[in-house]
Design a protein around this ligand. Structure first.
Ligand code: NAD
Length: 496
């Protein structure tokens, strides 16, 4: 009988399944509160063994010195193996995260596999760069013949990488670390969120299926202490992290004494600007659609809606009507369009922010409570506040739930100013009938990406990342692999 992913009860270290010394931990489905599996819990010595394996594989294994084409062959097998398990992974995400089926199928599972394909494609274009010949006087014999020399810039794997990820798009986040790091020739220890261990452990099966050399990918579990070790051990060269702003700052601090490279993908409080000439009904429906994605648990979701004052009443009315149509429940049911928050702790945080919004004087236009038809699971209603001012806490902090703030404006200038008045800078959106003006405004938004009129473009090939406190570095796009490479210049004489 074939095992299901939630029956994985060991850690994956040095190409083998290893018994967890920390015992196990019950993982629950946030929609039902039922236990979906007893996940292996790593001890500090399990994490240490994983670092030892990654370090050995980097220094003595074949992976870092294989050619890009050889690694691409293996990683293409990874993409195929994941594609073959796509439906199984979709079902896992529904159980682990509670995310609605459509979003899960497309954004949580299919897109990440496309990203893996795109990183392989881009990596195969990675060629040493030959710089123009340079003629310089001989410093030791200035009157003698000049020197002529050339330089070639080569890219080498960065080293041993610790990858630490959050819970909201767990398969995507894990694969977004594994794909480029392994393509670059690095070795890795991956530690997922304690809420979603299976979306990482499944890569142990994949590594076995594709014969990944031992020690190249190691998967451990655990929480803060285990994560700390991954950021402090001197054998680790780089930490790549996706998670919250606060933990990102702690990770930098932890990695500082050993001067590791730190790559951070953090939170956001993105603004969607709805100009006076925009299709307001469409914009309002889109705003609600964004908030419903994974119950607002998405880093790049626009959660501040900057709406021209002349159309704000229509926006509020349409958005409230659309919000009433959201089907909240267990995503096992295909008609469900919004699932739960991950845990009770996250729901309490969201509810505290809703209270803060009310007491600050914002106008609650819909939601604000728990759906009455669901007595189990960490559900919350889709909530919209109008008359929000950008200095309110609900407009400044990442709530990480389906809570939107509607803020009025009069001029484009003011809208851009409000959009940029945030410590985050992850994403943005502009809705307008005047695409050229929208494009000019997009250039003035201090964020790693901006969608104009709902544009999605070639997402699998575009770089994504944060300005300001939304992160350091980029994922995806042509230079993705560079995050995991060292650049080396080799100088040589050509003649005299
Ligand atoms: P989190 O920061 O609470 O946890 C993320 C990971 O960090 C977990 O694996 C956790 O165990 C680990 N961790 C916690 N303390 C640590 C420490 N001191 N040292 C090392 N590891 C430690 O994040 P979360 O709640 O799981 O995820 C949600 C957050 O992630 C949101 O802020 C969201 O915006 C962000 N996010 C960002 C992106 C992006 O691409 N920018 C994508 C998805 C999620």
């Amino acid at each position: 009988m074939t095992k299901s992913i939630t029956e994985i009860d060991n850690l994956f270290i040095n190409g083998k399944w290893v018994a967890p010394e920390g015992g196990n931990e019950a993982i629950i489905n946030p929609a039902t509160e039922e236990v979906i599996g007893l996940a292996p819990l790593a001890s500090m010595s399990n994490v240490d063994a994983a670092i030892t394996a990654a370090h050995y594989a980097f220094n003595h294994g074949p992976w870092p010195s294989m050619t890009m084409t050889e690694r691409a062959d293996v990683m293409n097998c990874m993409a195929e193996a994941l594609e073959a398990r796509q439906e199984e992974i979709v079902n896992l995400i529904i159980a682990e995260v509670g995310c609605a089926q459509g979003i899960t199928r497309m954004m949580q599972v299919a897109n990440p596999i496309n990203h893996l394909r795109s990183t392989i494609k881009y990596a195969l274009r990675d060629e040493p760069e030959r710089l123009p010949l340079d003629i310089t006087p001989n410093p030791f014999a200035p009157d003698g013949p000049k020197n002529i020399g050339g330089t070639t810039v080569v890219h080498e794997p960065f080293g041993v990488v610790s990858a630490i990820t959050g819970y909201n798009f767990p398969f995507l986040l894990n694969l977004a670390k594994i794909g480029p790091a392994l393509m670059a020739g690095c070795t890795m220890v991956l530690k997922p969120s304690p809420f979603t261990p299976y979306s990482a452990l499944l890569f142990g099966w994949i590594a076995e299926e594709i014969d990944l050399p031992e020690g190249v990918l190691n998967i451990v579990t655990g929480g803060i202490e285990e994560g700390q070790l991954l950021c402090t051990d001197e054998r680790v060269d780089m930490v790549t992290f996706t998670g919250s702003e606060g933990v990102g700052a702690t990770i930098m601090e932890q990695a500082a004494p050993t001067l590791k490279k730190v790559h951070l993908e953090l939170g956001g409080k993105s603004a969607m600007i709805v100009r006076e000439d925009a299709d307001v009904e469409r914009a309002a429906a889109m705003a609600v659609g964004f908030l419903s994605v994974n119950a607002g648990q998405g880093c790049a979701i626009p959660t501040r809606f900057l709406v021209h004052n002349s159309i704000r009443p229509t926006f509020v009315a349409v958005a409230s009507a659309v919000a009433a149509q959201i089907n909240i429940g267990n995503a096992r049911d295909p008609i469900v369009t919004m699932g739960p928050l991950i845990r009770e702790s996250q729901r309490s945080k969201v509810e505290e922010y809703i209270e803060l919004g009310k007491s600050a004087g914002a106008n609650l236009v819909c939601g604000g409570g728990r759906p009455s038809h669901l007595d189990k699971g960490f559900f919350t209603q889709l909530t919209l506040f109008d008359n929000v001012t950008n200095d309110m806490k609900i407009a400044q902090d990442e709530i990480f739930g389906p809570v939107g703030c509607i803020i009025g404006f009069e001029t484009d200038e003011e809208a851009v100013k409000i959009a940029n008045d945030s410590r985050y800078g992850l994403n943005g959106a502009i809705e307008t009938a005047d695409a050229a003006t929208g494009y000019e405004m997009a250039n003035r938004i201090r964020a790693g990406s901006v969608s104009l009129n709902g544009g999605t473009g070639t997402m699998s090939f575009a770089p994504i990342g944060g300005y300001k406190r939304s992160g350091i570095g980029r994922e995806y796009g042509p230079n993705w692999i560079r995050e995991y490479q060292q650049e080396k210049s080799i100088f040589y004489p050509v003649g005299h």
